[in-house]
Write a protein that binds this ligand. Structure first.
Ligand SMILES: Cc1cc2nc3c(=O)[nH]c(=O)nc-3n(C[C@H](O)[C@H](O)[C@H](O)COP(=O)(O)OP(=O)(O)OC[C@H]3O[C@@H](n4cnc5c(N)ncnc54)[C@H](O)[C@@H]3O)c2cc1C
Length: 439
């Protein structure tokens, strides 16, 4: 695909005259900032970035690209590390200015524009004592995380993010604006819930919200390697209990400023402090290197796993699924591999390997064929984020990531072929989406 011509940029600007959409191109003052992404690996020289402000503007841009056969992509939170929200030479439809959120406490529903982050959602719902099942980190986009399925701290109680979705307004491939729900465009609504990035541009989501108390329990803890067997033991107990109010992440990260690999846990409990303390007693009673657990608002809790302040640099997320029981030997082997990478390569301090235990009973209550999300099963996600700076290490980092993920997959004889064992939002491969609906 040739680089977008300046004539096309001018024509697009003319077509959007009278609207509030902004067309940014090479030479514009904020071009460099507009192509920046959470990971530097995803920075591509776009032909133009169109900062849209309304659904009809999105439709206008789609029609323009279609007429002139110009490639386009959509950017919401910009947190994917596959490059799928950036374009070399094509048009990026930036949803960054479409970040409004409206909460209706009477119907317990929340209307979210396609470019909002979970942070914005939490701040809108909190005054009404409500929360939406969002991702476990609040700085990521509602757009990308919802369309791929979506797991969050409230998944144990309410299921996936898409299980809360009541309707979605979309601009589809021919530029028309449709609203998909259980009552209209049902096939599109099915596809949007799990494979959504390929079916249109979501400009407004309507979610079901749930009551949340003023404070919940949670936070990060760090431990030395000697505590690993007890933490793995707790993970197996956690799995047996399937308490819907809970969430437990464990794995490895790097402790600052010393830079040594540590065992990390992230605890979550939607309940009173005493209940949370009793639930997590085997973890809370361990001697720790750091303990940042507390009763906090849901919005604060949701921001604790953010990789903030967003460091510059190159990042890659990949993952797979894991079915308990967890064994100390496997987790220990992964520790050694992770630690070796951290010691061998410079400035990898924001990296982490995390086993994400969110009770799945509610997730598997929805039959697998009911939505396009094929990752519903009696297992958990494992996410591996590698962060580095030297572009010369890109291939090496991806190879190391594949090696670690393969080790987990090889140990998973029990996940049957009925399950996809892959979560779209943690897909490590570059996935180029092009909108394909209507067929
Ligand atoms: C630190 C961190 C923590 C994470 N935690 C979780 C988690 O707890 N649970 C979870 O489920 N996932 C999690 N993820 C994965 C996350 O869901 C994906 O990276 C997701 O793609 C990010 O969405 P985004 O809108 O920020 O990214 P973007 O890069 O903007 O978009 C990702 C993809 O979605 C498409 N897209 C985005 N918005 C729209 C839209 N409105 N309409 C059509 N297409 C759109 C883009 O074109 C692109 O293909 C995490 C990621 C990170 C980096």
């Amino acid at each position: 695909m040739p680089f977008l011509s300046f004539a096309h940029v001018l024509e697009l600007r003319r077509q959007l005259e009278g609207t509030r959409a902004e067309v940014v191109c090479l030479g514009s003052e904020d071009y460099a900032a507009s192509i920046r992404r959470w990971s530097d690996t995803c920075e591509k020289e776009a032909g133009a970035i169109v900062r849209v402000t309304t659904t009809p503007e999105v439709s206008e841009v789609v029609r323009f690209c279609r007429k002139h056969r110009i490639d386009f992509v959509v950017e919401a939170g910009g947190h994917s590390t596959t490059g799928s929200s950036s374009s070399h030479g094509g048009v990026v439809i930036s949803m960054a200015s479409m970040h409004k959120v409206l909460t209706d406490p009477a119907s317990k529903t929340v209307c979210v524009q396609g470019g909002a982050t979970w942070d914005a959602v939490n701040h809108s719902t909190a005054p009404y004592g409500l929360a939406v099942v969002g991702a476990t980190a609040s700085h990521i986009g509602v757009g990308g995380s919802t369309l791929g399925g979506g797991y969050g701290w409230l998944t144990g109680q309410h299921g996936l993010i898409i299980d809360q979705l009541l309707s979605v307004k979309m601009v589809i491939a021919d530029g028309s604006i449709v609203e998909a729900s259980q009552d209209s465009y049902r096939d599109l609504f099915w596809a949007v819930r799990g494979a959504g990035q390929a079916f249109g541009i979501a400009t407004e989501f309507v979610f079901r919200a749930h009551h949340i108390p003023a404070t919940v329990f949670g936070g990060l803890m760090h431990f030395d390697l000697a505590k690993l067997p007890k933490i793995v033991n707790f993970a197996n107990q956690f799995h047996e209990r399937q308490d819907p109010n809970s969430g437990f992440f464990f794995g490895f990260t790097v402790r600052r400023p010393a830079g040594q690999t540590v065992v990390m846990t992230m605890l979550f409990y939607n309940g009173a402090h005493s209940q949370a303390e009793a639930f997590f007693a085997p973890i809370l009673s361990l001697e720790y290197l750091a303990n940042r657990t507390a009763m906090v608002s849901y919005a604060e809790l949701n921001a604790m796993a953010n990789v903030d302040p967003v460091p510059e640099g190159r990042k890659s997320i990949s993952g797979t699924n894991i079915m308990p029981p967890f064994t100390t030997s496997l987790v220990r082997e992964l520790w050694e591999q992770f630690d070796d990478v951290i010691k061998t390569y410079p400035r990898m301090g924001d990296s982490a390997l995390v086993f994400e235990l969110l009770p799945y009973s509610k997730v598997v209550q929805v039959p697998i064929e009911e939505t396009a999300c094929a990752n519903r099963g009696p297992y958990y996600n494992v996410g591996l984020i590698l962060c580095w700076y030297d572009s010369g290490l890109d291939a090496k980092m991806h190879a190391l990531q594949r090696q670690m993920i393969s080790k987990i997959k090889e140990a998973q004889q029990d996940i049957t072929e009925d399950h996809v064992v892959a979560y779209a939002n943690f897909a490590g491969k570059s996935s180029l989406y092009s909108i394909c609906w209507p067929p």
